[in-house]
Every structure is written in C-alpha cells, then in structure tokens.
Write a protein that binds this ligand. Structure first.
Ligand code: GLN
Length: 307
C-alpha cells in the first residue's frame, strides 16, 4: 500500500480549521501566554524514515507546557524504572489537569504522571536522579528534536511562578503526604522551567519519533527507553495524555497524544510517524480546540490509527 499524501492532507486540514481558530480561549491563567495570537496554526508530520511534512506556522516555537511531561517521565523511568509507580499511579483521572480533590482522597498519590500533581512527583524524581536536571532535560529534548537552539522562555516561567498558586497548593499537599523529597520551591522551579521550554511543531514531531520507534531516536540510534518502556508511555498518553478528554481523544483521534496549554498536541503512531499541531485557543478541557479537530481529521483522512 502506498503512503498517504501527507502534504496534501496537511494543507487540506489547514483550510478546514480556519473557522475553528475563532473559537475557544487562549490560556490566560499564565499571563504571558495570553498574548499569543489565536490565529496561529501549524501542523507537522515526521515519518520514521525521516520525511518531514508541514503546513502553516509549523516552524514557529511555542510554549510546550505539559507536553514536556513526556520527557520528564522518560528521564524518571530511565532513572528509577518501575519504582516510579510506588509514587504515582497509572489511571486516568477524569478530573481537570490541575485538580486538587482526588489527591486528598488518595493520600497524596497522584493518579498519573500527566496531571500536574503527578508531574510534580516526577519532577521530584528527576531532581533526585540528575546532577543538573535542567541541563539533562534540555540536552534530552535537544537530542531527540535535533534542534540545538531549543531553549526555555524565562518570562513564561516567571509569569507562571507569579501566578502558580494551584501548583504551589498541589506541591504542598503532596509534600504533606511525604511524596516529595525536595523543597517545594525546587520542585516548582524545575516544573515551571520544563513547562516554559519552547518548541515548534516540526521540533515536536521529530522529538516524539522515539516513541514511534520503540524508544530509540531513529536518526541518532540513541535509545532513550527500552521498547517495553516506550510501549507503556504510549499507553499512558492514550489513557491520560489529554486529561479528562482522553476518552474523547481515543474515540475521535485513536492514537496516543499529549497536549499542553500552550495549544500544542503531539501524537504518535507506533512504527509509522509522529504528528504535531499547534493552535493556541483551548477548549473547556484545556486542549487546543482546533488542534483536537485537526488530529481527528488527520487520522480519518489517512486511515491511520492504532485501532
Ligand atoms: N504549566 C501548566 C500548569 O501547570 C501546564 C498545564 C498544561 O499544559 N496542561 O498549569
């Protein structure tokens, strides 16, 4: 069977989402993100054999936000393996990504590594296992995106820190159950740093290809994870990567995805490709509104999904 015409499909999707770009709201609880124009839209596909397809603003860097949680999970699993699951669960939460309620009922053990509570515990594990966590995370992401210029945006991190009352509440709460070893400030600073990393659609499609390739970056040959661990991260992205919309994503899109409130979403089709989309305005669940629709169209038009 010949491969779908990815370029034609991306260009069609760019046309089809135009009206949707007026809907939803750009995240404004992080003031610095509120300035990003809602008209932006980019999409990129990178296939396992290295072909790159892109449309719209696919080369423009945006704030990764929660997409970075996949990379910190990768570092944590590489460092301590399955011991991680003593401190964070693997079930979808069914609550919003920054919810506090479940944490009390479940004794400070976050439901999964992709909600904020879980990501704070993962950040704590990374702090314990890397001499320089920021440098290690940056090197990892630069390595698998192939973009040596990729960097954080200190203004976004500061803006989030100045308004990060919920994340501070989560961290304090988790700490009260002894599920954080580092100081609240150290955990939050690293967490805000990871969220502030800026990448383009092309960077992120490249940067997630290792998850479509059994944990190994296809062009450097570098194994970030074992095939078994890569399989499990994909499973967690499918069940938890888009928060309380993960069921809808499995139904509509049908591939493992991870979203961020910067408006980016990255999807993985194991053994085939990685796809990423960016459109800043979000729906009520905190996922990119046009980005979610674009991914639904992508898997429908290509006929590619894991189901
Ligand atoms: N930095 C954001 C927060 O902690 C990340 C959330 C997200 O992208 N879903 O609220």
């Amino acid at each position: 069977v010949s491969a779908p015409d990815y370029q034609a499909i991306l260009d069609e999707i760019l046309d089809e989402v135009q009206l949707l770009l007026q809907q939803g709201d750009v995240a404004n609880y992080i003031p610095r993100l509120a300035h990003v124009p809602r008209e932006k839209f980019g999409m990129a596909v990178v296939t396992l054999d290295g072909q790159v397809f892109q449309t719209g603003d696919a080369r423009e860097p945006f704030s990764m936000q929660s997409i970075s949680k996949v990379y910190t999970l990768t570092l944590a699993l590489d460092a301590i393996g399955d011991k991680l699951w003593q401190r964070v669960g693997r079930e979808p939460s069914g609550n919003s990504f920054n919810s506090l309620v479940q944490l009390e009922l479940e004794n400070g053990l976050p439901r999964n590594p992709f909600i904020n509570a879980g990501a704070l515990v993962v950040a704590d594990v990374v702090l314990a296992s890397c001499a320089d966590s920021r440098a290690q995370l940056l090197a990892t992401i630069r390595g698998c995106t192939g973009n040596a210029q990729l960097r954080d945006d200190a203004e976004v991190a500061l803006s989030e820190k100045a308004h990060g009352f919920r994340n501070a509440a989560l961290a304090n709460f988790i700490r009260s159950f002894d599920n954080l070893d580092h100081s609240i400030d150290d955990v939050l600073d690293f967490y805000f740093y990871q969220c502030s990393l800026a990448a383009s659609c092309v960077d992120l499609a490249r940067g997630f290809l290792f998850l479509a390739n059994q944990g190994r970056c296809p062009w450097t040959g570098n194994a970030l994870l074992s095939p078994d661990q890569a399989k499990r991260i994909n499973a967690l992205m499918l069940t938890c990567g888009t928060y309380d919309a993960a069921g809808d994503f499995a139904y509509d899109v049908g591939i493992p995805c991870k979203s961020g409130v910067g408006g980016g979403i990255v999807g993985v089709i194991p053994n085939v490709l990685a796809v990423s989309v960016w459109s800043p305005a979000l729906n009520a669940k905190g996922n990119s509104l046009a980005g979610s629709a674009a991914l639904e169209r992508f898997t429908s038009k290509t006929g590619l999904s894991i189901f």
